[in-house]
Design a binder for this molecule. Structure first.
Ligand code: AMP
Length: 285
């Protein structure tokens, strides 16, 4: 595995792959890698001959009060993991390489609408930071395929929209959420949880699943169910931000004809913000 820090070297190496007729998959990450990330790498390798994984803790997707400074950066461990996982290129640029004119004046790519609901309501500017970095990574890598986790479902929906809207010739693949046996979705941020919080954390997924299992259709009954799930989270000790059922495709509020759905939730446990979701289908009656 090659570790590359600058864009021009990355482009040269990718060019040589392409000259040999090889396709390229990109797996963007912020490091602190776990099995969930490595499963995305595995999926990427099934769709392209060469796999690039980027590790970049992107400052523009963190709010001023968020954990950018504390975000885990176990770079050597990440590098070993990626090398063992069969990655061809670890792309680990520094801030200046990615934002040559500084992040304050950066050119922003924004997917309005989808970026301001759900998590976007509680993390203003977050998704603009995500689409702006993913765009840069797409521009410098020009991958055939890019792989994202279903764990960050809203992010996935936004990236799919961006790629479709900007006619980017990139196939977006979604990897399933990797979970502990308890049901807790793996996340780089789980390491912030205290022992006691860790025992409670699986309740987020359990509650999201309860909501799915009791889905009553659209309208007031749905609002009541969402509210009772939020109350369930509060009783366990969470500070919920939202728990909502949405259309899986465009994250709109479901109506009686909706068939492909997703329950999405975000809640704080102590200082740690956790998100989770589950997709499901309902049959027409
Ligand atoms: P991050 O490093 O948190 O920005 O995540 C990088 C990629 O890994 C994103 O596409 C995430 O959705 C994905 N990811 C994070 N956690 C998981 C998980 N538990 N299972 C599958 N994919 C994940």
């Amino acid at each position: 595995m090659k570790t590359i820090r600058d864009i021009s070297t990355l482009r040269e190496v990718l060019q040589s792959f392409r000259q040999d007729g090889e396709t390229v998959a990109l797996v963007p990450t912020m490091g602190g890698l776990h099995r969930g990330h490595m499963n995305l790498v595995q999926l990427a390798s099934e769709y392209a001959e060469r796999v690039v994984t980027s590790v970049f803790v992107n400052p523009t997707q963190f709010g001023p009060q968020e954990d950018f400074a504390d975000y885990p950066r176990p770079f050597d461990t990440d590098r070993r993991r990626l090398s063992r996982g069969g990655v061809d290129i670890l792309f680990a640029p520094n801030h200046e390489e990615i934002y040559p004119f500084g992040a304050d004046d950066m050119t922003t790519v924004s997917v309005p609408g989808l970026s301001t609901i759900l998590c976007g309501e509680y993390r203003p500017g977050h998704f603009d930071g995500v689409t702006s970095i993913v765009n840069r990574l797409f521009n410098v890598t020009a991958p055939d395929v890019a792989v994202f986790g279903q764990k960050d479902y809203q992010q996935l929906a936004i990236i799919r929209r961006m790629v479709a809207d900007l006619h980017m010739p990139i196939k977006i693949l979604a990897g399933p959420t990797y979970r502990e046996k308890s049901g807790l979705a793996l996340s780089s941020r789980n390491r912030y949880l205290t022992d006691d919080e860790r025992k409670l954390a699986p309740e987020l997924y359990a509650t999201v699943c309860d909501c799915r299992d009791q889905y009553p259709g659209s309208g007031k009954a749905l609002v009541d169910l969402e509210q009772s799930c939020i109350e369930q989270l509060v009783r366990v000790g969470f500070k919920p931000e939202y728990l909502q059922v949405r259309e899986a495709g465009d994250l709109s509020v479901p109506d009686k004809d909706s068939r492909h759905l997703v329950v999405l939730a975000a809640a704080r446990l102590g200082e740690t913000r956790l998100i989770d979701n589950v997709l499901f289908e309902v049959n027409g009656s």
